[in-house]
Design a protein around this ligand. Structure first.
Ligand code: NAI
Ligand code: MG
Length: 352
């Protein structure tokens, strides 16, 4: 089986970890014999923006829409304001392709040291609404530059948008052994959109009686994640809340360098996009020491989406043998380079 993958390494360590991820996927394909990837690289990056004034060329999304999946690194540069890089590239793809479900698993991999007591019991999937809410881009600035300047950032929650993400989260929870779903909002302080979230959640819940549900306010759930990690399974939250909670989840389970994300278009009318959750990491870019495990785990999610469950399981097992072996990059307390880690996992895949 052959899969056409659009590769957008982007900026900083995005380029380093995606290069590593492609090597691992190629090793996996070579080993399995009946699996093949056609990678097509796109140079959509901040460097391109600085040279040509655009991240995505005219017709770019159309071209991208013909791929089976998108493998994305990170975007963000010290020379471009973050709100421009994020909106012009990553959000343009997520929103353009209606990738409304952002899925972020968190688990402590073998051999990885978490500073959190009881971290072994972390086995969460955070479901983030990825198309509207706080990141709808709805707002403005008036009296710009004057002392009475005002900026608004208005969240938009549509009933359709809320219902589809809740259904997605319920179905995901239903597929897991514990079948538990935690609703996160802030519906005590925010009286409109957040209350709509809650109401739609409990309406949708009626269709999934086998899923056990509970609810938390977003501030309270941070303490529950830290103090009682074993009490949670699947978590559904808004674009902003889940953005924050998933960085916390990544840090609690070891490092930001490990965690993966899928930006899914569940209807499959457009390709889905897979990326490590971290950014372009200015502080370590170009040094060859970025942890590529996040991009490997991201590749596992991409394989699952492509229906390659055997290859996905093999790659996940190889990742776990790698982390268990103690060969770790600096963020995990080790001294290995990106290349050391990549070579080790490729060699392991060849041996299996
Ligand atoms: P960041 O994730 O790039 O870095 C935060 C910290 O984690 C840094 O100390 C970095 O060295 C470390 N880190 C991250 N990934 C690592 C890895 N694979 N291995 C080892 N250490 C790792 O977040 P930051 O610094 O807030 O943002 C930097 C730029 O990236 C900004 O321009 C931001 O907008 C962008 N960004 C882009 C994202 C995306 O494309 N999805 C996500 C997050 C940030
Ligand atoms: Mg984030």
């Amino acid at each position: 089986r052959s899969h056409r993958i659009a590769v957008i390494p982007g900026d900083g360590i995005g380029q380093e970890v995606i290069e590593a991820g492609k090597k691992v996927l190629s090793a996996l394909a070579e080993k399995s014999g009946d699996l093949c990837f056609e990678f097509v690289d796109f140079d959509w990056s901040s460097q391109r923006y600085l040279e040509k004034g655009e991240y995505i060329p005219a017709g770019g999304l159309d071209k991208l829409s013909r791929f089976d999946a998108i493998y994305f690194g990170a975007v963000g540069s010290q020379d471009v304001p973050d709100h421009i890089s994020l909106w012009e590239l990553r959000l343009a793809i997520c929103q353009g392709f209606d990738q409304y479900a952002n899925v972020r698993p968190a688990r402590v991999l073998p051999g990885v040291n978490s500073r959190l007591k009881g971290a072994e019991s972390i086995d969460w999937i955070i479901v983030r609404e990825n198309s509207e809410g706080e990141y709808s881009g709805n707002g403005g600035r008036v009296h710009q530059g004057f002392p009475d300047e005002v900026g608004t950032e208005v969240s938009v929650f549509t009933k359709k948008g809320v219902e589809r993400i809740h259904r997605f989260a319920f179905q995901l929870a239903q597929s897991r052994p514990r079948k538990q779903l935690t609703l996160v909002t802030k519906s005590n302080a925010q009286r409109y959109g957040m209350v709509l979230w809650d109401e739609v959640f409990f309406e949708v819940a009626k269709d999934y009686p086998d899923v056990s549900i509970d609810r938390e306010l977003v501030d309270a759930v941070t303490t529950r994640m830290v103090l009682k990690p074993e009490t949670m399974d699947v978590i559904v939250a808004t674009n902003l809340h889940a953005d924050i909670l998933s960085d916390l989840a990544a840090a609690l389970s070891g490092s930001l360098g490990i965690a993966p994300t899928a930006n899914l278009n569940p209807a499959r009318t457009f390709p889905s996009m897979f990326e490590p959750i971290h950014g372009s990491a200015f502080d370590i870019a170009g040094k060859g020491i970025a942890n590529p495990v996040g991009s490997f785990w991201t590749a596992v999610m991409m394989l699952e989406h492509l229906g390659e469950s055997t290859a996905a399981e093999r790659l996940m097992a190889a990742i776990e043998r790698l982390t268990a072996s103690g060969l770790q990059t600096k963020d995990l307390g080790g001294t290995a380079t990106t290349r050391d880690v990549t070579q080790a996992i490729c060699a392991d895949i060849e041996r299996q």
